[in-house]
Design a protein around this ligand. Structure first.
Ligand code: CA
Length: 239
């Protein structure tokens, strides 16, 4: 299994946690990622993966879905529960829509179906590492394109024009800006923004998205809040 590892520019070198129970696959991933300039931490089960994600300042997690003990989807949920907000890329041998939705619901950013080309994995990692920089936080301000949220003053502006938002609308928009260019399921949004569960929360989420679009997107270009049918919503200027 040649990795064809192409050295990445140093500024993209990351500390990557690989959670994978099959020794051969784990070794292959570690070797390829190290040849590409990344530092690799390894875990062979979900619980130790969760612990390393919490304690080791990890930049990105590669998470196998089928693991002994805590499975990959539950591990992903646990890492998010612990406050980990690094990109998480799920590795699955199954690749059905159900697994994709389960992974995204649990807070994963993307998934890759095994077997995959190593170059494809590197491309996904590169894309996820860029994503982390799409919204920048400086002086208490989150920004994406011409949309800005001042977290101190609780003020939103687009193109310099003030947008009046309710507290809940502001919280929802802040959640989008903290997770730019990432599909957010209704379940995840209702859990994080409303602290209520999927079954009671989805209509509320839809109603608030509608209100938010009217204020944030109707009179401005490009449109930023988009629907991904069957999956959820995404903040992006590239629909
Ligand atoms: Ca496995």
């Amino acid at each position: 299994m040649a990795t064809n590892g192409q050295a990445l520019p140093v500024d993209l070198a990351m500390r990557i946690l690989v959670v994978e129970d099959e020794p051969k696959v784990a070794a292959f991933l570690k070797q390829g990622l190290e040849e590409s300039g990344h530092e690799v931490l390894s875990a062979s089960d979900g619980n130790s993966g969760r612990r390393l994600a919490k304690e080791k300042g990890v930049d990105l997690v590669l998470l196998d879905v089928i693991l002994p003990g805590l499975n990959g989807v539950d591990t992903c949920r646990a890492i998010r529960h612990d406050g980990g907000n690094m990109p998480i890329l799920m590795l699955t041998a199954l690749g059905t829509t159900d697994d994709k939705v389960a992974g995204l619901d649990a807070g994963a950013d993307d998934y890759l179906v095994k077997p995959f080309e190593f170059q494809e994995l590197l491309a996904r990692i590169r894309s996820l590492s860029r994503r982390g920089h799409a919204a920048t936080e400086s002086n208490g301000t989150l920004a994406y394109g011409n949309l800005e949220l001042n977290l101190m003053k609780k003020e939103a502006t687009r193109d310099g024009q003030r947008i009046l938002l309710t507290a809940k609308e502001f919280a929802l928009l802040e959640f989008f800006l903290r997770n730019p260019e990432r599909v957010l399921s209704r379940a995840l949004i209702s859990e994080r923004v409303w602290d209520i569960d999927f079954n009671t929360g989805t209509n509320v989420v839809e109603a608030y998205i509608k209100l938010l679009r009217k204020k944030v997107d109707r009179d401005f270009e490009p449109k930023l809040i988009h629907n991904r049918v069957g999956l959820g919503y995404i903040l992006t200027d590239r629909p």
